[in-house]
Ligand binder design. Structure first.
Ligand code: NAD
Ligand code: UFG
Length: 332
């Protein structure tokens, strides 16, 4: 069967770039869109090596006309919509930017596909579960959000549900837990230079001697060692979840939701210790008070994705730590 033609928004970002690279290697035709608000032209150059790649530099949130033109010209079968701003702390400081960028991008994508028989796969987040649920969290858990970023993710899901019902569009929202690591070819890595808030990039900054130490936010949680527990998922497993969704999307009606997580929890201290052991690098840390809005424990019930998408995460925490370090250790 012929590969589907894919339009990938956010195609030069960490996850969208890794996905595009893998899709191009597998022979998919990929039309990439990005405005480089949080990515580098170097990633586009890597993707440009593939003859089956075309690219448009536009801000999707501000240019419905151009999005319409690209879609009528290229006629994709599926849009994989990764583009969005993703920093929880930045979203609290600049709510307007997050609402404008994230909501209008998704609205423009939906407007442009509504009568064109194009399906949609959307990058959602476990952030939509907020802090009111017990783990493991199934897809039907209650929603709540603790940040403007989280609220925009939830609002985008609702928007997609309405359009998918009104215009009969097949849509899948993939709710990512905590993506970490680098793809085996080490080409597209998470940016550790622009003040990351997340744990793994901060560990990498200490390993690279950019920062002297990492602060662990809280050591009195009701967890095995008192530090917060999360469901870290290797970027390669996460990307494979999108290929699994691509295979099944045509048989699905309206809007479907799947957790992409391992179903396993790892504490902050365990992640640091594993990183130290597998890479033979000391990571200095101290303890600070709990970060506002953090939950003690958050991990997925990934059984629906296994059942419906035939997808499971396979990579271990050891592999995530090895691959995350491989990605950045030789770079500037
Ligand atoms: P990223 O910032 O590396 O990639 C997002 C890309 O979208 C960037 O290249 C950015 O330049 C582009 N972009 C943003 N707004 C745009 C616009 N208006 N027009 C065109 N391009 C635009 O982030 P990522 O880690 O690759 O995340 C991809 C998606 O996954 C995001 O929607 C994010 O919210 C979601 N997500 C990420 C995580 C995570 O921990 N990385 C967790 C859950 C969900
Ligand atoms: N942590 C520290 N020190 C740090 C950074 C993080 O101790 O310097 C701890 C946090 O307190 C938490 C764990 O490490 O216990 C993981 O924190 P991250 O910031 O890496 O990830 P979160 O689970 O808080 O949030 C991430 C994304 C959100 C997304 C959420 C659920 O940043 O966008 O996962 O998908 F919504």
């Amino acid at each position: 069967m012929k590969n589907k033609k894919l339009l990938v928004t956010g195609s030069t970002g960490y996850i969208g770039g890794t996905f595009s690279y893998e899709a191009l290697k597998s022979g998919y035709e990929v039309i990439g869109i990005d405005n480089f608000s949080n990515s580098k032209k170097a990633t586009k150059q890597i993707l440009d090596n593939f003859i089956n790649f075309t690219f448009y530099e536009i801000d999707i949130s501000k240019n419905l006309k151009k999005v319409n033109e690209i879609i009528s010209k290229t006629k994709p079968d599926v849009i994989i919509h990764f583009a969005g701003l993703k920093s929880v702390s930045e979203s609290e400081k600049n709510q307007n930017l997050y609402w404008q960028n994230n909501i209008l991008s998704t609205l423009n994508i939906l407007e442009s596909i509504k009568n064109n028989n194009i399906s949609l796969i959307f990058s959602s987040s476990a952030t939509v579960y907020g802090d009111k649920n017990e783990s493991p969290i199934p897809e039907e858990a209650k929603f709540s959000t603790n940040s403007a970023y989280g609220s925009t993710k939830l609002a985008q899901e609702l928007l997609i549900s309405d359009y998918s019902r009104a215009y009969d569009i097949s849509c899948i929202s993939l709710r990512y837990f905590n993506p970490v690591g680098t793809h085996a070819d080490k080409l597209i890595i998470e940016d550790i230079m622009s003040s990351p808030n997340n744990l793994m990039p901060r560990i990498l900054r200490v390993a690279k001697k950019i920062d002297e130490k990492i602060s662990i936010y809280g050591n009195r949680y009701p967890t095995k060692d008192g530090t917060g527990e999360r469901d870290y998922i290797h970027i390669s497993d996460l990307v494979n979840g999108h290929f699994a969704a691509l295979k099944k999307i045509n048989g699905m009606d309206n809007h479907n939701f799947f957790n992409l997580g391992t179903g396993k929890k790892t504490s902050v201290l365990e992640l640091i210790r594993t990183f130290e052991n597998v890479n033979d690098i000391k990571i200095k840390f101290d303890y600070k008070s709990e970060r506002e809005g953090d939950v003690a424990i958050c991990y997925a019930d990934p059984s629906l994705a296994k059942k419906e998408l035939d997808w499971t995460a396979t990579k271990t925490i050891n592999e995530m730590c090895v691959d995350a370090w491989k990605g950045v250790k030789d770079g500037d």
